[in-house]
Design a protein around this ligand. Sequence first.
Ligand code: DSN
Length: 432
Amino acid sequence: MKRDEKIFDLIRQEKERQMHGIELIASENFVSEQVLEAMGSVMTNKYAEGYPGKRYYGGCQIVDQSEQIAIDRACQLFNATFANVQPHSGAQANMAVMQALLEPGDTFMGLDLSHGGHLSHGSPVNASGMLYKPVAYHVAKETGRVDYDEMEKIALECHPKLIIAGASAYSRDWDYKRMREIADKVGAVLMADVSHPAGLIAKGLLNDPLEYCHIITTTTHKTLRGPRGGMILIRHDFEDPRGRKTPKGETKMMSALINSAVFPGIQGGPLEHVIASKAVAFGEALSDEYMEYIQQVRKNAAFMARAFMDKGYDVISGGTDNHSMLIDLRGKFPEITGKMVENTLVLADITVNKNMVPFDTRSPFLTSGLRVGTPAITTRGLKQDKMAVIVELIDDVISDINPETKTASEAKINAVRAEVNKMMKDYPLFAW
Ligand code: DSN
């Protein structure tokens, strides 16, 4: 077969882009060579519908072992007793939990999308908002932090079957204890989607959600630094709140319902190459080296948030507890949108994403905010001393944006890009 030069050339170009630029998208990271190797392996050839030891295909004796290792390591990382490592993504993991728990039309609660929530927590354009009845809670305007009093008031009014903690753009830790009290008052199951801060949670740098939450879901590719994918974990298994019975007449356990919801509920064959790669990443995350990495991620984020505030930017909630921060541009640059900044910074080889901020006055296509995170640059080896330098470069570009042309001058962009490329030369992708 002829080598597909077209696609391999694009892969080469993407690698160059990653190497030359400053990657600040809070949900992205750079995996290790062994994580990459496992993902690009012959495991992709295997069909393995079912679970280790209970498959619908022959020849699963090897993938059974790697999937079991992934499960065991995931449980060790989060001190869980059950893990399903098959979800193809975080959205699939969330979908599976809803399918296992809810009936179509059931009410559940999640953080409002425009306040930092996630599409799969009840957006009307996502299956979660089409099949079920989402009710949103919010952050408080004054603090930028989740308003637990409002959450309780809403829960007492709408009696949700499920309450979801977790967000896509929220830089503060969660009060899972308070949320469990609220959930218990209304008989709801409490789930945390920890996709963003999973690595910090696994290493004990943030509150432990499984102390209070019945279930957690996560992606595996953000702070956890594994391949793209999702998983679902439980520490204390529990009986189906809907009281469904096994053929023997016993009430079904939630772990079994979740396994059935993932396969055959919403997915077919698991991606065994990705699962092997997840196992490798979990092994890395169990190491002391990863502990040093994730501590540095948080330190870098704190320094970066401070540097933005020192430059007069409004960081929502006044800082960060985790790897990310959300910046409201309206205070310093009322005329500049998140879209203009994202598009202009990319020309200077700095990647961020535009993001709505709580109580935004612009649409999700324009936005008034930026979301910034440190997992990827920390993997490249950047330490806190470089955070103010990066903020300086970003501020230099934003200050030069003309709201009429929606971009900065070519001279400014070229000058900043040269600085960025020079700096990143010292931090090779796989040096760590
Ligand atoms: N797209 C992910 C993020 O950037 O947070 C969430 O799905």
